[in-house]
Write a protein that binds this ligand. Sequence first.
Ligand code: GLU
Length: 305
Amino acid sequence: MPPFFQPVIDRIAADIATAPGRGRPADYIPALAEADPQRFGMAVAELDGTVYGVGDWQQPFSAQSITKVFTLALVLSLEGETLWEHVGREPSGNPFNSLVQLEYEHGIPRNPFINAGALVVTDRLHRLTGNASGALQEFLRAESSNPLLDFDERVTASETAHGDRNAALAHFIASYGNITTPVPELLHQYFRQCAAEASCADLARAAGFLARHGIRADGSVLLSRSKAKQVNAVMLTCGTYDAAGDFAYRVGLPGKSGVGGGIIAVVPGRCSLCVWSPGLDERGNSVAGVAALDRFTTLTGLSVF
Ligand code: GLU
């Protein structure tokens, strides 16, 4: 059978190349501000790991909040439902780094994909494994088949130097007893996690377990079918900052974005995708990335709806 996806993504890349407006790279983390908004890459991974790519699909970039999907999946696989006593699963309706809800919700973050929730998830992963960022790295290397996948310690340092807001979130949650790792250690783990460098090919492959209903690349079970559905559902409702409604409307797939300009998306039972372009809209989602996924589901008819 000729490859179905290659002509589709070639056409999308050609459309994106002529589309006006690319947004602006995130500048609140100085190491990310240098990225060129004209860069664009897209990769689609079949269930068996075969990857089709276009543009800068093999160029590593800062995965940032995309890693929150993987830490969530690891914690769910290790401790199951207990996690949901510590973090909710409702959209927050607030920016990803907001502090305001935490006080009146007693230190229980709204969902695992805002920074507050991700800090709680990383705390749990660190307690369960003794090395949260190491567990994430091992997982990403295995699922992406890229043994060289690593953290960019320059980005870790940049985030650490400009991490007052995340530090405030972590200390505040710790004051409710919902984080128990010492905050400096937790922040180090979290900033390393965010600084994972991976390409569209790596991340499309690494998200494959969500398209395979919880099955890892080696055929072992990471999550039950039901838990894989839960992760996909939280991605759909909370995965693209406070623009998840618009993302569902335009793209119609579970997705998770990061301020490095990447977005992963999942067509359960069919494929997993990653797009990258560093220019962001005002909500923090890649402008060209959302446009490309919008085109993908329009051209292929593949969506969860
Ligand atoms: N490292 C970033 C932060 O914590 C992640 C933000 C993101 O990609 O949403 O601010």
